[in-house]
Design a protein around this ligand. Sequence first.
Ligand SMILES: *[C@@H]1O[C@H](CO)[C@@H](O)[C@H](O)[C@H]1NC(C)=O
Ligand SMILES: *[C@@H]1O[C@H](CO)[C@@H](O)[C@H](O)[C@H]1NC(C)=O
Ligand SMILES: *[C@@H]1O[C@H](CO)[C@@H](O)[C@H](O)[C@H]1NC(C)=O
Ligand SMILES: *[C@@H]1O[C@H](CO)[C@@H](O)[C@H](O)[C@H]1NC(C)=O
Ligand SMILES: *[C@@H]1O[C@H](CO)[C@@H](O)[C@H](O)[C@H]1NC(C)=O
Ligand SMILES: *[C@@H]1O[C@H](CO)[C@@H](O)[C@H](O)[C@H]1NC(C)=O
Ligand SMILES: *[C@@H]1O[C@H](CO)[C@@H](O)[C@H](O)[C@H]1NC(C)=O
Ligand SMILES: *[C@@H]1O[C@H](CO)[C@@H](O)[C@H](O)[C@H]1NC(C)=O
Length: 626
Amino acid sequence: MHFNLVAGSCLAALASISLAEKIPANHILWGPGGPPTTLVPRQAATSTSAAASSTKVADAACTNGPFTRTCWSNGYSAATDFDAKWPTTGKTVSYNLELVNGTCNPDGSANGGRPCQLFNGQYPGPTITANWGDTISVTLTNKLATNGTGIHWHGIRMLNTVSQDGVPGITECPLAPGESKTYTFKATQFGTTWYHSHFSAQYGDGANGAIVINGPASSNYDYDLGPFPVSDWYYGTSWAIGVQSHNNLQRGAAPPPADTILINGTNVSGGGGKYSKTTGLIPGKKYRLRLINTSIDNTLRVSLDGHPFTVMTSDLVPIKPWTTNWILIAIGQRYDVVFTATKENAKGNFWLRVNFATQCPSSGQLNPKAQGIFSYQDAPDSNPTSTAYDEPTDCNEPLSNLVPWVKNSVDSTAFNNQVGSLSVDISSPGLNTNNQSIIVWGVNLSAIDVVWEKPTMQYVKEKNTSYPSTFNLIEIPKENTWSYWIIQEPSNTRVPIPHPIHLHGHDFYVLGNGAGVFDKSTSPSTLKYDNPPRRDTAILPGGGWVALAFPADNPGAWLMHCHIAWHVSDGLAVQFLEAKEKIPLGDSAWDNTCSQWNTFSKTMPFPKSDSGLKMLKGRDGNSFYD
Ligand SMILES: *[C@@H]1O[C@H](CO)[C@@H](O)[C@H](O)[C@H]1NC(C)=O
Ligand SMILES: *[C@@H]1O[C@H](CO)[C@@H](O)[C@H](O)[C@H]1NC(C)=O
Ligand SMILES: *[C@@H]1O[C@H](CO)[C@@H](O)[C@H](O)[C@H]1NC(C)=O
Ligand SMILES: *[C@@H]1O[C@H](CO)[C@@H](O)[C@H](O)[C@H]1NC(C)=O
Ligand SMILES: *[C@@H]1O[C@H](CO)[C@@H](O)[C@H](O)[C@H]1NC(C)=O
Ligand SMILES: *[C@@H]1O[C@H](CO)[C@@H](O)[C@H](O)[C@H]1NC(C)=O
Ligand SMILES: *[C@@H]1O[C@H](CO)[C@@H](O)[C@H](O)[C@H]1NC(C)=O
Ligand SMILES: *[C@@H]1O[C@H](CO)[C@@H](O)[C@H](O)[C@H]1NC(C)=O
């Protein structure tokens, strides 16, 4: 509803406004104070959870079990600062993923399904499971005839392994049809995350799956129900919807609405499909559910009738457990929750509800609501008749609830000197060959445009610093410093919608957020430096700001982008080039991926015509960035 209003007034005005902004010529962007001269070292993290919890702190003597989930093994526990240390198991878990062209019809819709691009032919793709401290090795083969690909391991820190981060045009060349690549990286964190193609819009066509890294947890539970992805779903391919979305933007309209919601990969539609059904709940037992939002464009709200959720993670970070009836999940975010099966609910069936959070508008969505079923042992084989909890009416990420279990603090003294600001808005990078103004999503008015044939890591390899300005490259030259960013939607934006901002290679600390404009004289006093929320994806409130900090402690080229596929496709991203002299370079296999791609790209049937990070071809037949 709110969005329709926005679409009707602000967006309709957009087409008539002439947008004459220019891309800043300089590719190295600094905060208002110029290049930081007073770099302040990162503070040593305080390393125990004592302040975060009154529960028993795990130690070497205890092992992980239903009543001791904070324990792990060999002295590692939920109280371990996993940025500083992690177990070494010496074990490698290996997977093979083949990206294939196929069709899928996850909700059994009467249209008979649509073309999909799937890992091992399944949607969602196979779950990758490892233990904390294992090495994960995944061999990807591109069986598509016409698309490149590449897999990003969302939220995985990739410490000193940036060449495995899987971002075509930044950390690698795309994998050409017929080629294979083995990604190898260490599971230094634990919890729930996902992997997805980062080759334009491909992940929206089904190319994604869950990652579970077993480790300690901040809340006890008896059974792990495993990953539970929730997602919006389109009946058109994301390649086609992406074109529509871009074209809509040109005339001031919202992206096309999604057609449905998938719960754990299914829904019921027009008599086909099936409900997601989780059976056999036992009264008195606690269940862990790993919620993942793999949407393209929509924030979702999840609830299980009659069963409050105890939330124990924000992304890959264990938090002090808190309880809620509904949890809001932005795209790319994860929350692991525990619920208790009770005697009162024995033999019952209950709806699990997934609703579009209409207060977090992006597409011109109405109000779809989807349902799945959770049933107890000996429940009748019938649909639930349970009643929904009252649904919240805001789009707030509950920062005060997201208290990391391991207490870390952020240096506050360097903030004012070192903070940079990044403005997120639609903009027009200039006139194209047809003299039309093209509207894109920019950061400080510049839409990112990566070059698949020559990724940032190739520049680093060649020690070539002539990065194109459209790389939106921000250098962080020195390690062991804090990087602070205010991301701001300007108060006069014509599109005041929230954006889920995701950073690669790091968790960031969310120092604060707010409505309106961040005011450097008053807003800093509202920021939290002492154990602020820590995660890899945070909501930038519509027409507001979010303040983020991360320690430069991982040399690499790290993308930071909006996880709405249509927005990153239209440019909403920057990349941080961190300590470039110390970046571990790609090896000969990495070079080979590039040479194979460069051969293929000379004759590829569908030229790149978006930012290259999430989307597609078309653009009214015009090359987007000409
Ligand atoms: C982005 O633009 C804002 C507003 O003009 C400016 O204050 C800030 O320094 C810019 N950020 C960067 C990284 O250049
Ligand atoms: C991919 O599969 C779809 C649906 O089966 C089919 O229409 C299309 O031609 C296939 N594309 C390629 C390149 O094989
Ligand atoms: C990828 O393949 C799809 C389906 O065949 C096609 O529509 C799209 O244009 C291709 N994109 C690129 C960049 O190859
Ligand atoms: C499937 O999702 C749609 C939302 O698009 C919803 O209207 C419909 O009720 C869902 N079906 C079920 C059985 O939940
Ligand atoms: C989700 O779906 C998978 C595959 O069908 C199934 O194995 C798993 O049990 C489901 N998870 C839950 C919590 O129902
Ligand atoms: C997924 O994230 C999108 C965008 O932030 C949001 O609109 C949607 O409600 C989220 N879905 C769930 C189930 O949380
Ligand atoms: C394109 O637009 C610019 C600026 O509006 C104008 O000066 C120029 O004459 C136009 N060129 C053509 C070929 O129409
Ligand atoms: C650096 O990269 C630019 C852009 O690809 C290229 O034009 C230039 O020749 C390169 N410089 C060197 C010294 O290789």
